[in-house]
Design a protein around this ligand. Structure first.
Ligand code: WTA
Length: 652
């Protein structure tokens, strides 16, 4: 038996330093780590001063493991911090959002416009009876009203619970019930893949269940025919537009609830991750400033995440708006009307900071370089990645083809639960390694530990834990304190266990190895899916790979790989390709990691936020009926994969 919790198989010796100009002008300089180490709480207090407080806190933190409170006694308003402050300080004319709809319609919204729109919406919500502490469900396409609705709730001290617009009526209902929401804000529909899709019917369907929802506020986006029940449905334009654009906000306690966001666990009931105000906003604003190096006067910032995910909450709404950013938001899909759409948008708006996910980067790799190469991407100066481990070759492709070797890459590790970025390079400080999130941010304490909870030391793999409370940490699972303790605070005593495997390389840089539930056990070696996938993706012909451990009489588990080929590349096929790939993995990381079986597929099963669902691939690899696939972005994928295998087309 191996004594390590995870094998450390791959080795990376490429490093990339930021340019001297970048270093000289960076928002965060190298001394910031020392500053935070010297006095962690003083460091966070300093970051909290990025916000406007109507009343200062009298205690920085109260830590009753596992429950934290930050900036106790302080009073603030999230919406005031995002909007009023900029207008009062003379930045009202600055553009907050450039919006581009999928059909090509556009809007330019300044901070002054946004403030007035949010005030109108807040006045409308007030008219509907919404007050501090109430919960409001938001089920919207990626349009400005989604952010406006969130900020209007925050302005009144009510909590939003954003449900991603791709979720079903059932998922919406269970979230409305769990949070006991009294209002739903939605739209008739949105645009996706060149056509309108409807949202309102799913709300109608959900509300057939038992809820305390009194009203449904509906934005008219597509103009499609929409059933209306006048006893509770109200058009946004009829109620909101007529309101006053002024609203004096109240200031709420630092620990006032800001939002609930449900994580879609793959099996269990979704968890309502609960966040409050002062600590969350502090860390969102600090990380957005330090990690993305935002220069408010110059940068055009674009985070491609939907508002329905935590990335959209922290890095489209709260972090960037507090920092006065000018950003782009886009409604649609990356391949409509062409696979070059996002690159055209970068050129059109001169985007300088791009924050996206590995799933999109690998999709771009699969489509081929001709799409990015058609647009002028020279405005870019910083690239970010989030959501999954980024394979070294995808990182290199991002650096070379998108960043033209000119942009630092920040691979940012965090979770819905952590609220804000925890592990990431600082772009003007860190010499990055392709595929590594590098190091805990200043003020954050992370460790990699073994099964017994002991630090593993450099060169070894284990479990990623967070050892000290941080300002933006979740305050609990909504209504389920015991589940909160059991899920996050019981695997190792006194520390937060994130559920991810990680390793420290010989220099102490952190490499994320994927969810521990996905780890494979081959002849007693615990091998991470990420390392084998990265080895496959480092072969020229592979754009994307997913590996799983399938039962094996000889070795306990055998490695089964599903791979997608890169567009426009000539290669061996069939048995010759499979042999070549197996040898490639053996050479890259060792014979123990050689896949038993490799199957070429056209698509991989992914959640709607782009994470590969290995559980379903395990079912295929073990010849089982495929399990619950309701959270898949594309429900047909599993059928295609299973059918492809039956015809024997891609079998080893
Ligand atoms: C994974 C997204 C490797 C990880 C902000 C985590 C990552 C889960 C990275 C949280 C990264 C996120 N490298 N893995 N840079 N970022 N993850 O809640 O498994 O949607 O636990 O939050 O995504 O996903 P969530």
């Amino acid at each position: 038996m191996s004594s390590e919790s995870f094998e450390n198989l791959s080795y990376e010796d490429r490093t990339f330093l930021p340019s001297q100009t970048f270093i000289d002008n960076a928002n965060a300089k190298s001394d910031i780590y020392k500053e935070a180490d010297t006095d962690r709480l003083a460091f966070w207090e300093k970051q909290a001063n990025r916000l406007h407080w109507n009343q200062k806190w009298n205690q920085v933190v109260d830590w009753q493991l596992p429950f934290a409170k930050w900036f106790i006694g302080g009073k603030l308003n999230a919406s005031y911090n995002c909007l009023d402050r900029h207008v009062i300080e003379g930045r009202g004319d600055r553009v907050a959002f450039y919006f581009e709809g999928e059909p090509g319609d556009t809007q330019t919204i300044t901070y002054a416009d946004l403030l007035s729109k949010v005030c109108k919406a807040a006045n409308a919500l007030k008219e509907l009876g919404i007050k501090q502490g109430d919960r409001v469900a938001i089920y919207m396409p990626m349009i400005p009203e989604a952010a406006i609705a969130m900020l209007a709730c925050a302005r009144l001290g009510a909590m939003h619970s954003v449900v991603f617009g791709g979720f079903s009526a059932d998922s919406l209902l269970s979230r409305i019930q769990d949070a006991d929401a009294s209002l739903v804000i939605t739209a008739d529909g949105g645009f996706r893949k060149g056509a309108p899709f409807a949202l309102k019917p799913a709300v109608d369907e959900a509300l057939k269940g038992e809820t305390n929802v009194k009203n449904v506020l509906v934005v008219k986006r597509t103009g499609q025919e929409t059933k209306f029940d006048t006893s509770k449905d109200i058009w946004w334009h009829e109620l909101v537009d007529k309101q006053s654009g002024k609203h004096e906000c109240e200031f709420f306690d630092s620990e006032n609830g800001l939002f609930i966001l449900y994580t879609s666990g793959t099996t269990a009931k979704p968890k309502g991750v609960y966040h409050t105000t002062g600590g969350y906003l502090t860390q969102a604003a600090f990380t957005h400033h330090a990690v993305f190096d935002l220069k408010t006067e110059k940068d055009i910032y674009w985070c491609t995440a939907d508002i329905g995910w935590i990335t959209g909450h922290s890095y489209v709404v709260y972090g960037p708006l507090i920092n006065g950013a000018t950003q782009l938001i886009y409604e649609g899909t990356p391949d409509t009307p062409s696979k070059g759409r996002l690159f055209e948008l970068i050129e059109k708006y001169k985007v300088s900071i791009l924050y996206t996910a590995p799933t999109l980067i690998r999709t771009w790799m699969k489509w081929g370089d001709e799409y990015p190469n058609k647009s002028n991407l020279s405005s870019l100066r910083l690239l970010g990645s989030v959501g999954e481990p980024i394979n070294p070759e995808a990182w290199m492709w991002y650096r070379e083809v998108i960043g033209k070797n000119n942009c630092p890459i920040v691979d940012t590790w965090w979770q819905t639960e952590t609220g804000a970025i925890m592990i990431s390079p600082l772009p003007g400080v860190t010499a990055t390694k392709p595929g590594s999130a590098m190091k805990a941010l200043p003020g954050i304490s992370a460790e990699v530990v073994d099964d017994e909870g002991k630090a593993v030391g450099n060169g070894r793999g284990g479990y990623l834990v967070l050892t000290k409370p941080w300002p933006s940490m979740m305050r609990g699972v909504w209504n389920e304190p015991i589940r909160y303790k059991e899920t996050y605070w019981s695997r190792f005593e006194g520390v937060y266990f994130a559920g991810d495997g990680a390793k420290l390389d010989k220099d102490g840089a952190i490499w994320l190895l994927g969810r521990v539930d996905d780890v494979m056990n081959v002849s007693g070696h615990r091998i991470s899916t990420t390392e084998v996938e990265s080895a496959l993706v480092s072969h020229d012909v592979i754009a994307e790979a997913a590996v799983v451990g399938a039962k094996d009489e000889m070795t306990g588990q055998g490695i089964v790989a599903f791979v997608i080929l890169r567009g426009g590349i000539e290669s061996a096929t069939g048995d010759a390709l499979v042999k070549e790939l197996r040898d490639h993995v053996a050479k890259q990381i060792g014979p123990i990691a050689k896949p038993r079986q490799i199957m070429v597929v056209a698509e991989l099963p992914k959640t709607r936020s782009g994470k590969i669902m290995r559980r379903l691939l395990r079912d295929v690899a073990e010849n089982r009926v495929v399990g619950d696939s309701t959270t898949l972005a594309d429900p047909n994928v599993m059928k295609l994969i299973s059918e492809g295998l039956k015809t024997g087309k891609s079998e080893d």
